[in-house]
Design a protein. Structure first.
Length: 651
């Protein structure tokens, strides 16, 4: 039921069990996310708006004895939508989404350093008639650059509450909470701001003059650094240097931590095997659960560092510069800078990358970008790459001053990015490149030192999804694989007839795996993958990776543990083929490893990505096309890599 009291003009009944619903609106990089995190803490949840697939971020905030539902709306520069994200924001404000009433109150972000531009968005929102409080951000930066703003005078000029907040430092948050408690009595402008361009300009000038606003000086450090980073040649050179350093750090810093995690799970698996009398139960817990999931969790340090570095680059302001540089590259593919932002999101996971295509106003651009997004090297590929690169390249190997492992990883990421550009170009070409270009706004914030909390929060939220996958999809898949690798059961008499000592647990495990249902499945598909140099054990890993790429690592971990539980890593290096014309030869030769790396670079091995693509395109046609063309391309490129590497490694 609705609590008694006035909701203000255009207000609506509170939702979520009577909690007032407060929405945060503003342009990208206006500090909206920092305010949202400060108000909600770790209480935020993600989901989708009803009837559409645009993500919504909702959390609860407590001020005094009251609780509020806080919703972070998609960022926008205007209430004149040109993309699905912006359309959803307008629909939320107007209460046009099915089953969704308009918010009870609004917090509108306005960047103090670009207040003149922010006023247009503020004026459009005030025209909706909802109870509104303007939150002015980056006032510290305004003062540091010799700017000025009288916040109290701005409140009088606008006719609505105005609060100055420095989100990344938490300043002004308590005052914002106090004003939030007064939302029912927030004043509204006696006369809504004008919307006609000429009238708006006069209104904005009068507001700025009354508030004593003085625009900040140009950020000198930003100006000087951008002269290099945005330069067509030097900026591109720096971009590649940053990426090379990125992967050198990724390998160099995490190797010791990865070793500790691997040792811990090895000890835990051995402890379980030793303490549990039942061989079946010990294998289930030690190999399937601890060994399988642990084989993936070994890479958590690298995943965490990956997201930490991305959060730092984004927080300091470099990612927007990279997007600006790549806009020229995107133009070659017939796309624009927004497409780069979507593809950049795919470095973490293709799912948010595909969802980010909603910011693209053109349906053809959205489709072309969706078809290319799975080629970007997501974090799920990282464990596979680290494992295979470790088998192919010695940690001590160097190329000039750089570690060879880091350079191979950089080359794989570059391969993914270049392939994505070519795929986007091809699909845009097929979809007809004609059509008018829509306006593209790209915020260039000054370089800032991000707060430790915001960086760690971003890193944790990204890494948490990886950990959640380890405890759900990967755990279930590894459990199923363990059953396939350990069934059917073999009697002691059968084992003796094949020369296997039934008391030798390792020998029994190796025989069981080689004669398991999994081995049968792997051998059935062997004709498909034999030209790539894959044997049945690799084939099972490839098939299991269709659920999630990381399970490939877990599969090989289980197979190796079955043959040598004391040192599965060394077992992979020494593993040999047990039948066929290549019996006795190593499984993981350089040509086979090269083919595996390239196969994983191209193949669409994530059913969740296929599912989100179906939701975004409204059917199975385009997901089926994506799966087919990427699987075929993966096989073809892997065959090419195997052939060329075999020629290079031949005596």
């Amino acid at each position: 039921m609705t609590e008694p009291g006035c909701h203000g003009a255009g207000g609506a009944a509170p939702v979520a069990g009577g909690l007032p619903r407060v929405a945060l609106a503003g342009s990208p990089n206006a500090g909206k996310t920092s305010i949202f995190n400060a108000l909600t803490g770790l209480n935020a949840k993600t989901g989708n708006y009803p009837g559409v697939t645009v993500s919504r971020f909702v959390g609860t905030s407590r001020t005094g004895g009251r609780r509020y539902l806080i919703e972070d709306l998609p960022g926008a520069y205007s209430l004149e939508p040109i993309s699905p994200d912006e359309q959803v924001m307008v629909d939320v404000l107007d209460g046009r989404l099915a089953g969704e009433a308009p918010p009870d109150a609004l917090l509108v972000m306005a960047d103090a350093t670009t207040l003149r531009r922010s006023l247009r968005f503020v004026a459009q929102v005030l025209g909706r008639g909802l109870p509104t409080c303007v939150v002015v951000t980056f006032t510290d930066e305004l003062a540091a650059r010799a700017g000025h703003l009288d916040v109290e005078a701005l409140e009088q000029a606008l006719g609505v509450p105005v609060v100055a907040v420095i989100g990344n430092r938490g300043r002004g948050i308590d005052r914002l909470r106090e004003r939030l408690d007064e939302w029912r009595s927030w004043p509204v402008p006696a006369i809504p701001p004008p919307t006609v361009a000429a009238e708006f300009d006069a209104w904005a000038e009068s507001v700025l003059a009354f508030a004593g606003y003085r625009a900040p000086d140009r950020h000198r450090i930003t100006q000087r650094v951008d002269a290099v980073l945005l330069h067509p040649f030097w900026g591109t050179l720096v971009f590649f240097a940053v990426m090379v350093a990125f992967f050198q750090i990724l390998f160099g810093l995490t190797a010791p931590l990865q070793g500790y995690v691997e040792t811990f799970f090895g000890w835990l698996s051995a402890l379980v095997t030793e303490r549990i009398g039942s061989a079946w139960l010990a294998g289930l817990l030690g190999e399937a659960i601890i060994g399988g999931v642990g084989a993936v969790l070994v890479f958590v340090p690298q995943i965490m560092l990956l997201f930490l570095l991305i959060a730092l680059l984004e927080g300091v302001g470099y990612m927007s510069r990279a997007a600006f540089l790549m806009d020229r590259v995107m133009a070659k593919a017939g796309l624009e800078g927004r497409a780069f932002v979507a593809l950049l999101s795919s470095f973490a996971c293709a799912i948010p990358g595909i969802m980010a295509t909603r910011t693209l106003p053109s349906a053809r651009d959205r489709l072309a970008t969706m078809m290319a997004a799975p080629l970007m090297t997501c974090s799920a590929r990282l464990p596979v790459y680290v494992l295979l690169i470790g088998l192919l390249v010695s940690p001590a190997a160097r190329i000039g001053p750089f570690g060879a492992q880091g350079l191979v990883m950089f080359a794989l990421y570059l391969l993914g990015a270049v392939s994505a550009m070519l795929a986007a170009w091809a699909f845009k070409k097929l979809g007809d490149r004609r059509g008018s270009m829509m306006p593209f706004y790209m915020e260039m914030p000054p370089y800032r030192l991000p707060s430790v909390r915001s960086v760690l929060t971003t890193m944790w939220h990204s890494a948490r999804s990886f950990l959640r996958k380890c405890t759900t999809i990967i755990a279930m898949t590894t459990l199923a694989l363990w059953l396939l690798l350990n069934l059917p059961l073999h009697s002691p008499a059968e084992l003796r007839s094949h020369g296997v000592d039934a008391s030798d647990r390792t020998a029994v495990s190796a025989y069981t795996a080689d004669h398991s249902y999994a081995a049968g499945i792997g051998r059935i598909v062997e004709p498909v993958f034999a030209p790539l140099g894959f044997d049945w054990r690799i084939n099972i890993g490839i098939l299991s990776a269709q659920a999630a790429r990381e399970t490939f690592v877990a599969t090989l971990g289980q197979v190796a543990a079955a043959e040598n539980p004391d040192d599965p890593a060394q077992t992979l290096r020494a593993m040999t083929r047990d039948d066929g014309p290549h019996a006795g030869q190593p499984v993981f030769t350089p040509p086979t490893i090269a083919a595996l790396l390239v196969y994983f670079a191209f193949a669409l091995q994530c059913m969740a990505t296929v599912g989100i693509m179906r939701r975004e395109t409204g059917g199975w046609k385009w997901p089926a096309i994506a799966f087919t063309y990427l699987t075929g391309l993966a096989w073809l490129m892997a065959y090419l890599a195997h052939t060329l590497t075999a020629l290079a490694w031949s005596p």
